[in-house]
Design a protein around this ligand. Structure first.
Ligand code: NDP
Length: 616
């Protein structure tokens, strides 16, 4: 048996030994509480959710409560909500109001302002409506401030600020049957009625904390990475965190966020302890400035083509790879391995997986000088078990004298005390704790926004889906008339380039709303038959990843390793033909099947239907 953790070169890939090691590492991390291990930032922990940016934002200004009746309320001012508003405008359904708890547009880029924050999807496909607004990203992977500024530019360009209630938290949303309208109430006393409701609050909007005792007892300063407190650290996105000088900092977590935070924090703090539970696979990023000549030479319509090309490449289609970066190149290598002359070849695919992950480990060896630290930073799982990470400066930061990796051997932080962080009985005294522990990515649509959503007869969405989610395209559901979900993950399709699917769902919903407004339709509701047809279609094209996932180290990508704990909303999972198939389904449905699948009522028909239900 070869010792695969041996640090000498050259390394031979031993599949059996790798599988054994992967399983050993997975088993260390499987926990009976699965996703329930995390703490939501509410109640005692509410402080971790408070908005440090509100006072300086448009939504932070005082205003009178509003009483309005609009055609459409859009919940969320991130990429999904912004694209929704733009498409409603273009479709002539321009009587809408955007509501967001954040003080400005931007969604994740409003909240995530930590030093070093940067997109790891190419900006040219990630930032929506670049051509329309005229924004030129400065780099292939632009920084957070540019993302936020582009969201604001969309707000200005499309005059969305005048149609937005920012810094406004929705407290209750309820369908009013007799008025065929949604009643939306907020924490600022607004009374808003809307014919249509679009929810685009995104899958990564609620921070989570590790479920460990003592968080509230810490006497130093602490915050979550998505609520970065520059009053504590000093500096800004580009670093210079001068208030960390002389301070000992604990950075908890080693995901996509942490690997960006560590380098600037290490530049300024006296000492940084990085608390690691599972090492991620970090690949080279290879960022570079945008070539203005190339950008100016792009043909009109280029952005949609490039976005589509990305999902084609990620689907393994044999097309030119326009984005041509480490992530897409890896994907192409898998596709090539899979499609040998003898047809699909899972063994070749697994061999490629071992090879790619070995490259990730080699990248650690190439960059980290201390052999023990390098060994602890190496990832041991199959490529798709966790989101691949990209950074050129994360690993070299461990060569600094003021950075210590505290590897918890898969167990995680044990406890927080008044003075610091405890791992395996050893206490590390620190002045500041940064929780870079991610988001409630599995929060259900019905509790992700922190308000209750009630449909016909006061039924909550939670109860409506108690025995499993049922929907039409993951966007509409019975008993919740005129409600659309945009950018949702379940029973729809998702691309790792998150704004992409939402960009087309926005066009879809806008076309429907515009038609309904034009035709005087006041109630549009998916029929049970339509939901059943979609459930059948989901089952027909379902791609069973359960065997792959069962081998994985836990993460939110595999329900924290609890394959047996099927969440209600995951019934049917995602559309098995991915974004390409899903977007084609939407187009075809819009062209030919709307009237078959939706109950559509005018005001008179809605009154008659209501009278019938009330008849003795
Ligand atoms: P993640 O959920 O990816 O990472 C959370 C980290 O906290 C993990 O390393 C996790 O370890 C660790 N953790 C959890 N509990 C404990 C514990 N008890 N003790 C010690 N460590 C613990 O959150 P991120 O904020 O890093 O990323 C979330 C998502 O945000 C990403 O997947 C990505 O989709 C998105 N993102 C995108 C970026 C972009 O550029 N587009 C940049 C940053 C984030 P373990 O792995 O063991 O669970």
């Amino acid at each position: 048996m070869s010792d695969i953790t041996d640090q000498s070169s050259p390394r031979v890939i031993d599949p059996a030994e790798l599988r054994r090691k992967y399983r050993e590492e997975r088993d260390k991390r499987i926990r009976p509480d699965g996703r329930m291990q995390y703490i939501d930032v509410s109640g005692t922990y509410e402080g971790f959710a408070s908005d440090p940016y509100l006072a300086q934002s448009p939504g932070g200004q005082p205003r009178e409560p509003r009483t309005v009746d609009v055609d459409t309320v859009v919940l969320g001012g991130g990429w999904a909500g912004l694209q929704m508003a733009v498409r409603l405008d273009e479709a002539g359904a321009d009587d809408f109001l955007i509501i967001d708890e954040a003080g400005d547009f931007g969604g994740v880029w409003y909240w995530n302002r930590y030093p070093g924050v940067r997109c790891d999807i190419e900006s040219y496909i990630y930032m929506p409506l670049l051509e329309e607004v005229g924004t030129i990203p400065s780099e292939k992977y632009a920084g957070g401030p540019e993302m936020l500024e582009h969201a604001r530019a969309l707000g200005r360009h499309y005059d969305l600020y005048s149609r937005a209630l920012l810094g406004t938290k929705v407290t209750r949303v309820e369908w009013n049957e007799s008025r065929s309208r949604w009643a939306v109430r907020t924490n600022r006393g607004d009374v808003i009625d809307a014919r249509f409701l679009v929810i685009g609050t995104g899958p990564l909007n609620r921070p989570k904390l590790p479920g460990i005792p003592g968080i509230e007892t810490f006497q130093g300063q602490a915050f979550h990475s998505s609520r970065w407190d520059y009053d504590i650290t000093g500096g800004d996105w580009s670093g210079n965190l001068d208030k960390l000088a002389g301070k000992r900092v604990a950075l908890i977590g080693t995901g996509a966020t942490s690997i960006q935070i560590l380098p600037p924090v290490a530049e300024s703090a006296e000492h940084v302890y990085v608390f690691q539970r599972t090492p991620g696979a970090v690949f080279p990023r290879n960022n570079r400035p945008t070539d203005p000549e190339w950008f100016r030479g792009l043909e009109p319509g280029w952005q949609r083509k490039r976005m589509d090309n990305f999902v084609e490449v990620m689907a393994g289609l044999p097309v030119e790879n326009l984005v041509n970066d480490v992530g897409t190149n890896n994907r192409q290598r898998f596709a090539k391995a899979m499609s040998g002359p003898g047809g699909p070849n899972p063994a070749a695919m697994q061999a490629m997986d071992f090879e790619v992950m070995e490259e990730a480990r080699q990248w650690v060896r190439d960059n980290v000088e201390d052999a023990a630290t390098a060994a602890a930073l190496m990832p041991w799982y199959d490529y798709l078990c966790k989101r691949p990470l990209y950074s050129d400066d994360y690993y070299p930061t461990f060569n600094r004298g003021n950075v210590t990796l505290i590897d918890t051997d898969g167990k995680g932080v044990e406890r927080i005390t008044e003075r610091g962080v405890v791992v395996a009985g050893a206490e590390f005294d620190v002045d500041v704790i940064i929780y870079s522990t991610g988001f409630q990515a599995q929060a259900y649509t019905y509790d992700a926004g922190g308000y209750e959503l009630r449909g016909r007869d006061g039924v909550s969405l939670a109860d409506h889906w108690r025995n499993g989610m049922h929907s039409l395209h993951g966007m509409m559901t019975t008993a919740f008339p005129n409600l659309f979900l945009i950018g949702g993950v379940e029973q729809a399709a998702i691309s790792i380039n998150l704004p992409h699917v939402a960009s087309r769902q926005a066009v879809h919903i806008a076309a429907l709303v515009s038609r309904f407004v034009g035709d005087g339709v006041v109630v549009a509701e998916a029929t049970p038959d339509a939901e059943q047809r979609w459930a059948d279609e989901l089952a027909r094209v379902h791609v069973d990843m359960s065997r792959y996932e069962a081998e994985c180290t836990p993460s939110y990508w595999n329900n924290e390793g609890k394959a047996d704990d099927i969440r209600p909303t995951t019934q049917g999972g995602q559309y098995g033909r991915g974004p390409i198939g899903y977007l084609a389904v939407l187009e075809q449905w819009r062209a030919a099947e709307v009237d078959r699948d939706l109950t559509l009522r005018t005001a008179v028909e809605a009154s008659l239907a209501l009278a019938e239900t009330r008849a003795p």
